[in-house]
Design a protein around this ligand. Structure first.
Ligand code: 3HC
Length: 292
């Protein structure tokens, strides 16, 4: 199968920067788009810092970092995606924003054979596919945070996705990016979030109802079940706003109370306590270990 040599990544937040980093380290030339010049600067800083950390931790050499950096280019104009063979959008988990991005990409990317992938965790892939003129060439490619560490990618064909598109997406994710792929149907939450989100929301309800303190809930799952991090620490990593958005899509899909975001989660998002990215969530990252 033809390898992808010109990849586009739209969005350089937690997920987009991780996808771009992995691709650049594995020899792919990546054009990263953000919405504004300021967001481009922030995204570039995030990527540079992550590559520098990888060198400090002995994961890669300085030469590998420099080679990866030379393969990364940045833009705030989606029109620059014209020559891409494959574009992955990883913008905010908001149906209107994602639809707008995918529609703009469809017009911008010149090659009608080029594939548009979405890193959505919960929005129906088919809704995004039918917003384009290439519904057979739109596919879900769902990565996990932190992308350089987590080995999984979920592959999600929409009802409209062609077999060839699915095969090319699988080839990029596995042979080129080095991930393991699982196949899921286009149902909100796919495999992992369908199981993970109700568990995370249950932990928030447990905290809300006073059964245990945040650190006790987390240590319970870390020490009792060998999870690398407990549910509230994990929510802080994912971002409470992202988790709330995923829960909302899943609730809309299934109308099951177990997917309804608890009041505490909604209030924390309203207060800007989004987790690590805002410096405070269930834990205060200015003073680690202190519960919010
Ligand atoms: N980039 C590259 N490498 C990283 C990294 C990053 N951002 N963060 C951590 N690492 C590496 C470290 O170098 C280290 O490697 P080593 O063991 O070979 O030295 C290893 O990962 C462990 O890192 P640390 O020792 O610094 O920290 P921890 O042992 O506490 O691990 C963690 C941190 C990897 C985040 C681990 O706690 C973990 O895997 N947590 C669970 C994360 C998870 O469940 N993610 C899925 C979220 S759901 C999702 O993303 C879906 C979305 O739709 C909501």
């Amino acid at each position: 199968m033809e390898a992808i040599s010109r990849l586009g990544v739209v969005g350089c937040g937690l997920m987009g920067s991780g996808i771009a980093e992995v691709a650049a380290l594995r020899g792919i030339e990546v054009l990263v788009a953000e919405a504004t010049p300021d967001a481009v600067r922030a995204g570039r800083r995030r990527l540079t810092a992550s590559l520098d950390r990888a060198v400090e931790r002995g994961k890669i050499t300085g030469a590998e970092r420099d080679a990866a950096r030379s393969r990364l280019a940045f833009t705030h104009d989606l029109g620059d995606m014209a020559d891409r063979q494959f574009v992955i959008e990883a913008v905010a988990e908001n149906p209107a924003v994602k639809t707008d991005v995918i529609r703009t990409l469809d017009k911008a990317v010149a090659d009608p054979e080029a594939i548009l992938a979405t890193n959505t965790s919960s929005i129906p892939i088919v809704d995004l596919a039918v917003a384009t003129r290439r519904p057979d060439r739109v596919v879900g490619l769902h990565f996990f945070n932190p992308v350089p560490v987590q080995r999984l990618v979920e592959l999600i064909p929409a009802l409209t996705t062609s077999t060839e598109t699915l095969d090319r997406a699988r080839h990029l994710a596995t042979a080129q990016l080095g991930k393991e792929a699982i196949l899921a149907s286009d149902q909100s939450g796919f495999v992992v979030n369908a199981l993970l989100i109700p568990y995370l929301l249950a932990a928030v309800r447990m905290l809300e109802s006073g059964v245990a303190a945040a650190d006790d809930i987390d240590r319970g799952m870390e020490l009792g079940c060998a999870h690398p991090m407990g549910p509230l620490r994990l929510l802080d990593l994912i971002g409470l706003d992202t988790a709330q958005a995923v829960a909302r899509s899943m609730y809309e899909e299934f109308k099951e109370p177990l997917y309804a975001a608890p009041a505490l989660l909604r209030r924390m998002v309203a207060a800007g306590r989004l987790g690590r990215k805002s410096g405070r969530g269930f834990y205060d990252y200015a003073a680690p270990g202190v519960t919010a």
